[in-house]
Design a protein around this ligand. Sequence first.
Ligand code: NFS
Ligand code: SF4
Length: 662
Amino acid sequence: MTRLTGCESCTDLTCSSTIEVLGSDVSKNVVTAYDRVQSRGMSACLFGSGGTCCRNCNMGPCQIIDGVEEMIGICGATAETVVARNYARTIAAGTAAHADHAREMIFGFIATAKGETPHEIKDEEKLHMLAKVFEIETEGRDKNEIALELGEKALAEFGKQQGTQVMLKRAPKKRQELWKRLGVEPRGIDREVTETMHRTHMGVDQHYENIMLQGARVALADGWAASMLSTDLTDIMFGTPVPIRAMVDLGVLKEDMVNVAVHGHEPLLAESLCMAAQQEDIQALCKKVGAKGVNLVGVCCTGNEILMRRGIPVAGSFIQQEMVLATGAVEAMVVDIQCVMQSVAQVAKNFHTEIITTNYRAKMPDAIHLQFDEVDSLNSAKDILKRAIGNFKKRGACHIPKDTKLDVVVGFSHETINYILGGRFRSSYRPLNDNIINGRIRGVGAIVGCENYKLPDDVHVIVAKELIKNDVLVLATGCAAQALGRAGLLNPEAAAKYAGPGLAEVCETVGMPPVLHMGSCVDNSRILIAATAMVEEGGLGDDISDLPAAGTAPLWMSEKAVSIGEYFATSGVYVVFQNLPVSGSKVMKKYLYEDMEEMYGGMWDTEPDPVKLAHKMIAHIDKKRAALGIDKKRERVLFDMQMRRDLTDGTGLTDVGCHGPA
Ligand code: NFS
Ligand code: SF4
């Protein structure tokens, strides 16, 4: 069987390591998702793809054909009702995933504030900032005392029955008023998920517009509440990311070390493994089996979390999870929740590799389960590592790609962008706004989300290159950011190579890459805060919808990506995916692709071709520039020395990793 359907059209370096591993003798018996895509032999169901299959009750399943009278649901549900219900449920599932992740982080945060875990409250400045948002007294109080009150108040946001989410007030004033007017301000995070499930139950909410208002509300409970709380509390506990150099791709595995891949999402587990790997007893055990130590590598968003905060290398993104194992070089893959394919346990059977599940919510056949204890986390992590070390001697032939350890600069939190662009003494978004106004930077484009075996792998790279070539600064998160890292776009040198003259000039002056890695998928909340900071800095309108900005998750796979897209669109951003499960209803397409712009100033769109997709983003950016009256200013202005000084304050990013946000 020929392999790698997804890679055949890919001309980029992005997946050369994948091709190398799957072409090696070591992996000849491994079956991957690429093989399964190819061997399915049937195309996807049109009703499923179009969102018009309803199985919400036992009179169905009903397959609806838009506009055909006899092809509505047995209960009378029309195409738009069914599509809207399915869509809202997808958003609710995405929100639920982020919310459960956030809840777990807050439990860990509270335990840390009580001194029960080996972790500590690291970022006091951010602690005080968030305490202010929650109106917590900080004067004369110990950091752990403040953190405990913050943790408890954050946790209460989930079960709130009345009132609205506290974090909403971090949005621009005008946006808050708009949400209020539309009645989409989320109340309790859990309440919005529950209510979405109720309203989409058979015979409840049967007006697509009303269903979609709840879709907006549950998505906002994700972006501006659950995800944002998770990002901020994680930063306070483990440190807010600052620029750091690191490596990505399969080549980060090491022949002479115990390779432990940590896969999933919650950084509590990964951080504890990082601490445990450095302990003397663990290192001594490694020596005993003839290994130089534990080589911890990340996969998926857990990978992003420890990459951003610790510079721990990322072995692979979502699409590479099977390839990491197919090298034969991994002693254990430790997983928690989300985006872990059931197939990893089958791939592992070809080797000495153990798959270790660690969260009671997420088990799988043929894996072993070691429940991670977030309080006794160091010992818990050590138990996991001991199993991996015990496997080292059983390792057979392996194949680790040699030349793909690409260098990246990551760690662009909102605070970092504020700092590197504003300079050491006066952190601010002013220079970014000024460069957008004077046209050196045309606008900002977010490339986020997953990868998808059904579609060519290099879409992220094509979109990113097209954007930066046209002077659009790219912000990236999730698996998309990792793909852009593998393609060499996350290092400062990429600016001269790929960016348009204006963007290249700004990047070179500051020493930053043209694509800024902002973290995991919950960290998309950082983009909301960055957008708000740009609005508050002035000169680019008074709401997020005025900004020359657009977002995409072209290769989306997970329901979380739809929730993310929805909270961006309802926050005023133009969001374009390659496809969406709404094509079965004309009314719903009009709602998402047109009506939402009138309501929210942001909207959804779809475009299968990656170059055209990038140009749709650029066209939207230009439309916003024209509305702001800054479209004339895009003639090229060369930097003089004073402008360079103003921009960097003499602190270039060439010394990345040395400074943090002041
Ligand atoms: Ni996001 Fe991250 Fe990756 Fe997609 Fe999955 S790991 S939370 S959902 S696949 S980007
Ligand atoms: Fe069919 Fe209506 Fe039941 Fe859905 S809720 S399965 S459309 S009868």
